[in-house]
Structure formats: structure tokens, C-alpha cells
Design a protein around this ligand. Structure first.
Ligand SMILES: [Zn+2]
Ligand SMILES: [Zn+2]
Length: 423
């Protein structure tokens, strides 16, 4: 089967490619990029006029909820949502039930993914057994089983000496550690950002220090161990100067944020809106601006969704009882594209943050348009508006404060190997 994508703006950050033209795919493999391609035989032509033609997005922070919480999401539904968002590879966090802390759970996830996933799935295992923060998992065996990274996401490894040991072991096994930066004694039972709004609503706040103290401790341990660390979902302005310090020190780290931390503020939870309850919490406008500037400065260089599905069972309850998290796979690209519209990032830079940098964190080759690479192609119309409705959310869970709102930027089609999905 021959497919020709015509007249798109073709961008590939891994090749530094940026041209208006055609992309040729033969039998699921990239066969050429040029200003104009004519093919002698009959071909399936896909018009990309006015659209960006980009490699698939790599989202390294996704909760697929399988095994154990399949009423919220499973590998099939989560990866279907990913496909519709132009996310063609996902790394799934290990805080499932049971948690992915053994090669057996890793194998189960990989087997399920082989049977049912719509996009490539990379499992992440826990740093500590049962995420208890007490005893390290078997890094070597987990790597052999196929994990690409280790994280106790949802929890911080509070014991500094254990985290130091983890950083040293991870270096030996060449496995990246991902830290959920949250000092639990400071965030203890907190519900939303600590400030005027938490006082007004009478909800316990989560102070900026809960994140920043964790960031600083982890960076100090990193300096001492000369290892590598990825900092997940940064949300507060106070964390940023320490990233700058770590860059100046030449530490080997990457920092991540999520679209909700640069597009939404804490005002979303006003009126006790549990749908906007997320961890770390939505912060203030000042924090949103600081995160955008940190992206511009390259201090934060990975954008991930932290897709965290929850059903009404976990959300339509009293605020204190509601679970933390919101879905994000289908909004990752359109919301992130706001950074281009607002002049914070170039198109190429944004694609580095969404494709090549996250791939580098988990040490895989990014989707790309080199001749001979498998087709992992996304056609994205940055100008098309769409209204977020329950029907267009492919995830089993619909927990997003964006319901009913209009979003700019839509994935129009995905070409994945031999398959084409016109969305
Ligand atoms: Zn987390
Ligand atoms: Zn998470």
C-alpha cells in the first residue's frame, strides 16, 4: 500500500526537518520527504494542506490503570485515547493494583499491550517494593523484563539514604529514575494549592515547599551520586531557580511539566470542583507564567500529560474524599501548541519537548521521518477549533475541567505502520 501525504508543513525535530511538501509511505515505512513527490502508481492520497505533519508524540507520564482499576481505564482504552491525541508511544506509571514492582507484572502489561494496545506501551516499574519507600525493587530483573524507567509516582521516596542508593543502582543498570517531588509531611492531607483560595474554601493547602524541598533534596543527591534523574510534573515558580542551579552545576537531569500547569490556575477548583483536583495542585497565575518561562529558558524540557483517569465513583464525592488527577492524552498536543501561539517556543522546540526529549529520557529512538523508519505520523491542524464533549473523549473516564470548552488545534489523522486513522 502506497500513501502520499500532500502539501503539509513537515517537521521532524530529530532531523531538523522543516519544509512544506509531501511525505511518502510505502507498506508502512517512510520512503521520502520532498517539496513535491509524484508516484507512478495509484496511491492513497491524504491532503495535509494547512496542517503540520509531525512524528508521533512520546508521552512518558501516563496512568493506564491496568492491572487493577480497569473501571477507570485499561490498556486498550487508554491507548485509544492516546492515538486520537497523536500520542503514538506511552510510558505507563507503575502505581497500579498490584503495583508494577516485579518482572511478572511487567510481563503482564507487555502481554496485554501486545494483544490490545493501539500504540506502543513502555512499562515503568516502581523504585521501591509496593511503593512502600522501604526496600528497592530488583532493578536488573525489571530491566530484563522490559521496563524503561523506575518511579514511585504518586509518592516521593522520602528516605534520602534509600533514594541515594537508588540513584547509584539506577546508574549501574542505566535505568532512568523519575521522581514525584512531594515532601509528604508538608503536603499531608492537603487538597489544593495553599493560599488565599484554600483559606477561603476552608481546605487544607499544599504549599510550594512540598514540591521545592523535594526537588532540592533530589538534586543534591544527584550531585553527590553523579547519576541521572527526571523530575516529574513541576508546578511552582519556587522550584525553577534550583533547576537553573542544577544546569550550572552540569548535573544530568531533565524536568517535566504538564499542560494543566501552564494553562490552568487554582481558580478551577473554586466552588469545590473535584474535577480540577490534581496532584501537584493547580497553582496561581504567577506560577503558570514561571513555568512558561522555564520552558522557554530550557530549564523544563519535557512536556507530558500525567493522564490520570478517575470515574465518577472517585470524583463525585466530597472534596476531601475525591481522588487527585485529570485525563490529558487528547489535550496534550493542542494545549501545548499554545506555547507556540504565545511565542514561548518555536514549533521545532515544542516538538523536541513532546517527542525527542521524552524519548531520550527513556532511552528509545524517537518516531522520525528518516527513510526506512516505520510510519508514526500525525497530521495536526493547529487552527481547527473543537468542543470537548464526553463523546469525543476516548478514555473510559471523562474527568477533565475542559469539558464543554473549545480547544484550538486538532489531530486530523494518524498513520501508524500500515494503518490510517482519519479522526
Ligand atoms: Zn506524580
Ligand atoms: Zn502521575
Amino acid at each position: 500500500m502506497v500513501r502520499l501525504i500532500k502539501e503539509g508543513r513537515i517537521l521532524d525535530p530529530s532531523l531538523g526537518l522543516d519544509l512544506v511538501g509531501d511525505l511518502l509511505i510505502v507498506d508502512g515505512t517512510i520512503r521520502g520527504v520532498a517539496p513535491s513527490i509524484e508516484y507512478p502508481e495509484k496511491v492513497d492520497t491524504i491532503s495535509a494542506r494547512g496542517c503540520l505533519v509531525i512524528p508521533g508524540i512520546v508521552d512518558i507520564h501516563v496512568h493506564l490503570r491496568e492491572p487493577g482499576e480497569e473501571w477507570k481505564e485499561d490498556i486498550e482504552s487508554g491507548t485509544r485515547a492516546a492515538l486520537h491525541g497523536g500520542v503514538l508511544r506511552v510510558a505507563c506509571m507503575p502505581n497500579t493494583k498490584p503495583p508494577n514492582d516485579s518482572p511478572e507484572v511487567t510481563s503482564y502489561i507487555l502481554e496485554k499491550a501486545r494483544e490490545r494496545a493501539h500504540v506502543k506501551v513502555y512499562p515503568i516499574a516502581t523504585i521501591t517494593k509496593g511503593q512502600s519507600g522501604k526496600e528497592l525493587t530488583e532493578f536488573g530483573r525489571l530491566k530484563e523484563a522490559g521496563v524503561v524507567a523506575l518511579s514511585d509516582d504518586g509518592k516521593w521516596v522520602s528516605d534520602a539514604s534509600l533514594m541515594k542508593k537508588a540513584l547509584l543502582y539506577a546508574k549501574n543498570f542505566d535505568l532512568p529514575l523519575i521522581s514525584h517531588c512531594e515532601e509528604p509531611n508538608l503536603s499531608n492531607r492537603g487538597q489544593i494549592n495553599e493560599g488565599i483560595l484554600s483559606a477561603k474554601l476552608g481546605l487544607k493547602g499544599i504549599p510550594f515547599s512540598a514540591e521545592t524541598i523535594a526537588v532540592v533534596r533530589d538534586l543534591l543527591l544527584l550531585k553527590e551520586t553523579n547519576s541521572y534523574l527526571h523530575l516529574a510534573h513541576l508546578s511552582v515558580k519556587e522550584s525553577i531557580p534550583f533547576l537553573r542551579w542544577a544546569k550550572e552545576e552540569g548535573l544530568s537531569f531533565t524536568a517535566e511539566t504538564c499542560p494543566h500547569y501552564f494553562t490552568l490556575t487554582e481558580t478551577e477548583v473554586d466552588g469545590y470542583n473535584t474535577i480540577a483536583k490534581v496532584n501537584p495542585p493547580l497553582r496561581t497565575e504567577e506560577d503558570v507564567q514561571a513555568i512558561k518561562h522555564a520552558l522557554k529558558e530550557g530549564l523544563i524540557e519535557v512536556i507530558a500529560s500525567d493522564h490520570a483517569p478517575h470515574s465518577p465513583l472517585e470524583k463525585e464525592v466530597e472534596f476531601e474524599l475525591a481522588s487527585f488527577g485529570m485525563i490529558g492524552l487528547q489535550f496534550l498536543l493542542p494545549l501545548s501548541y499554545d506555547l507556540v501561539r504565545q511565542g514561548f517556543l518555536s514549533q521545532q522546540k515544542l516538538l523536541e519537548y513532546l517527542i525527542t526529549n521524552p524519548a531520550r529520557v527513556i532511552k528509545v529512538d524517537p518516531p522520525n521521518f528518516r527513510e526506512g523508519s516505520p510510519a508514526e505520523v500525525v497530521i495536526f491542524n493547529p487552527e481547527k477549533d473543537w468542543v470537548v464533549t464526553e463523546e469525543c473523549i476516548l478514555s473510559k473516564s471523562k474527568n477533565t475541567p475542559l469539558l464543554g470548552r473549545t480547544i484550538k488545534g486538532k489531530v486530523e489523522a494518524v498513520i501508524l505502520g500500515e494503518g490510517v486513522f482519519r479522526l
